[in-house]
Ligand binder design. Structure first.
Ligand code: KDG
Ligand code: MG
Length: 402
């Protein structure tokens, strides 16, 4: 069971994806997602030039050892490019192990801890009236949890509010487009949206909101307080998370739960947040946080401190990442929610998969491995197209967080 071939596949079936395919000398193959939105080719080069040559001839079943080899052996630890590359290798090796063992990966991780993976969908629209219809669409589809985003009156466009409905593609141009932001207008508007949503849909549907790192801690505290009457399941990324201690201030002021972590890539990014119980949900993902091996380590630390998982699952995380996430979500004791944005039919065709949605839950495939693959021939028909995430500016022109 030695690694005989390692291929990096870049494809753009509607959006860019990077996929690692590892093949053993017995002809078993595994896949791992290596997509880093807007920086795809950096990870592809890291894998192709620096990682793939070192994998040839290694025992494919030594998953932990390979992880340590790539993490410690690089000398330059952490960072999104490195950790996405390591994640791709790790995910592909778990896929291979599952296939060789004849078991779906969640069984290798200890077996199911629940019957299905509760997901949340994205309701987003320019106005409150329109977003109510979007929430209704998800509720009708059986979703138990819905993230609600709207435009802000007085601002021309807002990151996270797209023209598309069931899909969402923020990397919209070869060079970054720009949005204009006003915290004052935003803070005045958001509570009015959630008042209407709660009023219309009652107390039981879980409601979430993504702040996209745009506030200071005291502004985030005010937002959390103003949303308390509407009992949100979480506000996400309230402040830029480089400063973990910043969350202490938010915590002192509000009981609105906090989720963070989609840009995190190791346990060190959230160790203080988890250990001090400054957050309620950790949103790190398989693809950006070092694969199944490292993300499980993060979730285990979180379990000790009453923090639950809430993994990122936007469309820039490929079906390979989603499949891997579902196996982990099913197995861990402290699962909270899984974000689920549907992929386009073009993406689904390039990545045939066995996971499926049913009445508010996703279920991983029961086939050996991850239950997802890449159709290389089809992938080759969609060449890479440069696309970057937008930049946000304040009304006076200052560059701001999203
Ligand atoms: O690539 C960035 C997007 O995946 C991200 O902005 C989406 O914030 C997001 C979310 O919560 O899905
Ligand atoms: Mg987010």
């Amino acid at each position: 069971m030695k690694i005989a071939d390692v291929r990096v596949i870049v494809t753009c079936p509607g959006r860019n994806f990077v996929t690692l395919k590892i093949v053993t000398d017995d002809g078993v193959h595994g896949v791992g997602d290596a997509t880093l939105n807007g920086r795809e080719l950096a990870v592809a080069a890291y894998l192709r030039d620096h990682v793939a040559p070192a994998l040839i001839g290694r025992d494919a079943s030594r998953i932990e050892d390979t992880w340590q080899y790539l993490y410690k052996g690089a000398y330059w630890r952490r960072g999104p490019v490195t950790m996405t590359a390591i994640a791709a290798v790790d995910t592909a090796l778990w896929d291979i192990l599952g296939k060789v063992a004849g078991l779906p990966v969640y069984k290798l991780l200890g077996g199911r801890s629940r019957e299905g993976v509760t997901v949340y969908g994205h309701a987003n629209a320019a106005t409150t009236d329109e977003v109510l219809a979007e929430v209704a669409r998800y509720v009708d589809l059986g979703y138990r949890a819905v993230r609600v985003q709207t435009g802000v009156p007085g601002l021309a466009s807002t990151y996270g509010v797209s023209g598309d409905k069931m899909f969402y593609e923020p990397a919209d141009a070869a060079l970054p487009t720009e949005n204009v932001w006003s915290t004052e207008k935003y803070l005045a508007h958001v509570p009015t949206v959630f008042a209407r949503v709660r009023d219309e849909f009652g107390p039981t549907v879980k409601l979430l909101h993504d702040v996209h790192h745009r506030l200071t801690p005291i502004e985030a505290a005010r937002l959390g307080k103003s949303l308390e009457p509407y009992a949100l399941t979480w506000i996400e990324d309230p402040v830029p998370a480089e400063l973990q201690e910043g969350f202490r201030l938010i915590r002192q002021h509000t009981t609105t739960p906090i989720a963070v972590g989609e840009v995190f890539n190791t346990v060190w990014d959230c160790e203080t947040l988890i250990r001090e119980q400054l957050i309620d949900y950790i949103r790190a993902t398989v693809v950006h946080a070092g694969g199944i091996t490292h993300l499980r380590r993060i979730f285990d630390l979180a379990a000790l401190h009453h923090v639950r998982s809430g993994s990122h699952g936007a469309t820039d995380l490929s079906p390979v990442c989603m499949a891997a996430a579902l196996h982990l979500d099913l197995a861990i004791p402290n699962f909270g929610l899984q974000e689920y944005m549907r992929h386009t039919p073009e993406t689904d065709a390039v990545f045939p998969h066995g996971y499926h949605y049913d009445g508010g839950y996703l279920h991983p495939a029961e086939t050996p491995g991850l239950g997802v693959d890449i159709d290389e021939e089809l992938a080759a028909r969609y060449p890479y197209r440069p696309a970057q995430l937008p930049v946000n500016r304040l009304e006076d022109g200052t560059v701001h967080s999203w």
